[in-house]
Write a protein that binds this ligand. Structure first.
Ligand SMILES: Nc1ncnc2c1ncn2[C@@H]1O[C@H](COP(=O)(O)OS(=O)(=O)O)[C@@H](OP(=O)(O)O)[C@H]1O
Ligand SMILES: Nc1ncnc2c1ncn2[C@@H]1O[C@H](COP(=O)(O)OP(=O)(O)O)[C@@H](O)[C@H]1O
Length: 197
């Protein structure tokens, strides 16, 4: 535990940064099974936002685990710590006037709700990237489900580790029924309706 630390108030504040950017800032929290389409969708939304001169950045589970969260595994405790840290990083992005697009399985409801609690109501947008386990297994883009079924990968989400679906997400995207383009437009329309863009 750190002691004797005092918060230093920043000189430039979030509202000033948002005004300069001509848009608001928030976290788009994509959650879903491995292979459901989180990374694909987050990156496609990132591109659509860039095309609109909106500042955004993707934080992706696989990539973050190569650096910042290297050393964390897939036990429940490590997944909780993974999501806690990403929640804090995403909050920094919001403070910097940008959109953070996070693509983590984030299987536990409580962990996602803890991130929500770090932000205001408008700043946390939970997007359930919904896709049946059967379809995710059929896609198996990295061959991980096959390994999980063989018992080579333990504690694999959906197979040997739980996924708790969001109860009241801001958005649900059915990637086994919609095209990527349709899903992207759904997210962009939502941001416009909320007055965030
Ligand atoms: N045991 C186990 N369970 C689930 N996923 C596994 C596992 N081992 C490795 N992988 C790969 O790690 C990616 C998930 O990392 P996350 O940081 O998103 O997971 S979590 O939110 O902490 O649960 C996940 O990436 P995505 O497929 O993009 O979801 C997998 O490629
Ligand atoms: N509507 C859709 N949205 C997102 N991905 C889709 C969709 N339809 C098919 N896919 C495919 O599903 C796979 C999802 O993989 P990925 O984005 O890596 O998922 P995740 O990040 O959730 O593990 C990709 O191969 C992608 O092309």
């Amino acid at each position: 535990m750190s002691t004797n630390i005092v918060w230093h108030q920043a000189t430039v504040n979030k509202e000033e940064r948002r005004k300069k950017n001509h848009h608001s800032s928030a976290v788009l929290w994509f959650t879903g099974l491995s292979g459901s389409g989180k990374s694909t969708l987050a990156n496609a939304v990132d591109r659509a936002l860039l095309d609109r001169d909106v500042r955004s950045y993707v934080l992706d589970g696989d990539n973050i685990r190569h650096g910042l969260n290297k050393g964390l595994g897939f036990s429940a405790a490590d997944r909780t710590e993974n999501i806690r840290r990403i929640g804090e990083v995403a909050k920094l992005f919001v403070d910097s006037g940008q959109f953070a697009l996070t693509a983590f399985i984030s299987p536990f409801r409580e962990d996602r709700d803890n991130v929500r609690a770090l932000l205001t109501e408008e700043e946390f947008i939970e997007i359930h990237v919904r896709c049946s386990l059967e379809e995710c297994e059929r896609r198996d883009p990295k061959g991980l489900y096959e390994k999980a079924r063989q018992g080579v990968i333990p504690e694999f989400t959906g197979i040997s580790s739980p996924y708790e679906e969001p109860l009241t997400p801001e958005l649900v995207i059915d990637t086994d029924r919609e095209t990527i383009e349709e899903s992207v437009m759904k997210v962009i329309n939502f941001l416009e309706e909320r007055g965030l863009l």
